[in-house]
Ligand binder design. Sequence first.
Ligand SMILES: Nc1ncnc2c1ncn2[C@@H]1O[C@H](COP(=O)(O)OP(=O)(O)OP(=O)(O)O)[C@@H](O)[C@H]1O
Ligand SMILES: [Mg+2]
Length: 451
Amino acid sequence: MTWFMVAVVVVVAAAGLLRWRRPAWYWLTFGVILATLRVLVRYGSVMDACGLTVMPSRWRLALARVTNRPVPESRPPRILRLRPTRTGLVLRLKLRPGQDAFDVAAATDRLRHSFGMYGVTSREVRSGVVEVRMTGYDVLKRVQMPAKLDRAPMRVPVALREDGSVHYRDYRAVPHGLTLGATESGKSVYQRNLVAGLASHDVALVGIDCKQGVELFPLARRFSALADNPDTALELLEALVSHMEEVYQLIRTEQRISVAVPDAEIAADIWDLPEDIRPVPVVVLVDEVAELALFATKEEEKRRDRIITALVRLAQLGRAAGIYLEICGQRFGSELGKGITMLRAQLTGRTAHRVNDETSANMAFGDISPDAVLAAIQIPAETRGVAIAGDSTGGWHRIRAPHTSLRQAVNICNKHADRTPDLPALAPYRPAAAALPSARVPLSKTAPATA
Ligand SMILES: Nc1ncnc2c1ncn2[C@@H]1O[C@H](COP(=O)(O)OP(=O)(O)OP(=O)(O)O)[C@@H](O)[C@H]1O
Ligand SMILES: [Mg+2]
């Protein structure tokens, strides 16, 4: 008996310690079983208390009356499926007549407390079916990406969402993106994750980093072209515009439309072209975009106008030529001059890290969702890397990218350096191999070799 007591105390102590120090492990060992039992046992009473039950239907009442049985109870939504995941539980519910997805969405906070979970979100899967995703612990505190991730061309897993699912940056669904955030909020780490994710894809990376190249130049071996000042950036962007025009010429020559060509085979973008002649897609990463739009002299103003014009042209026409923009900055509004709001309107994918004022958040989400604006302002300063990301359906999620160090990103880029395509139009901006060792030396002194 004493041994049994000792074993129980040890297990309880181990569970407590895990819960405190390693919530992810606690969830996988004890949490998932306890939470599943709690949900199944308390389901009826919690749904009743949260106002998610409906009165029995008329025919059930009539049947009870005819057969002289007690009056049937109110019924909660039917559980279609309960699926434990790495971070929580996913409950699929069939709503009763008279209920709607908004009822469940409005009760998520009450469900969170009642089931003792960390977070609860809900979404409508199809008419009458709602998926409730619950997380057992704060998954954004220490981001761990799942080992098994979906792989598709131009779709990169870049962060974890607060409901435990993976946030993908899908360039074919959302071609251009804008990432905003105050200084030290995690924009460059997010962009570094994107580069690390894209490194293993068949894609040309082009970088413009006006912070003297400190963020992108260490990753140079995977980049087909890089610029670290506005002058080079202008030449590079204009070269990209001519590359885009060449790609369109290629698509034109491949179209050869005649009555015999089936509709599905008419090429309108690079993905419709046969694989052997398809030009490689290009992702253009711009860090500290405001540097490109600021000017002090007349010459700089002319340069600025040409840069913004080139960016607007790439944003408007680039998608079908496989050119995708990923722009990062602290603010991106009309105070940066003409053309900026026009450019912003083309950047569909919005991500906002912590911002210090509502106007900055409005630059990302003002025209999309007022709730997202509020959520972006409320991100605490100490949780760097947490961001609000809009999704293609118009909704938004709280996300956090894993903390990939510069050293880890350099290793990934070097590993995939052989995938770096040569684009003839961008050849003059290809970082010279000779410059790389000097870029790596200070890095090994500053960044711990964690990978
Ligand atoms: N996802 C993350 N998880 C944990 N820590 C993070 C994350 N993202 C950023 N940080 C921390 O925040 C620091 C600043 O991040 P980062 O350099 O990306 O900020 P930034 O927004 O690019 O700032 P700036 O505007 O000054 O360039 C990083 O050094 C890192 O310590
Ligand atoms: Mg930065």
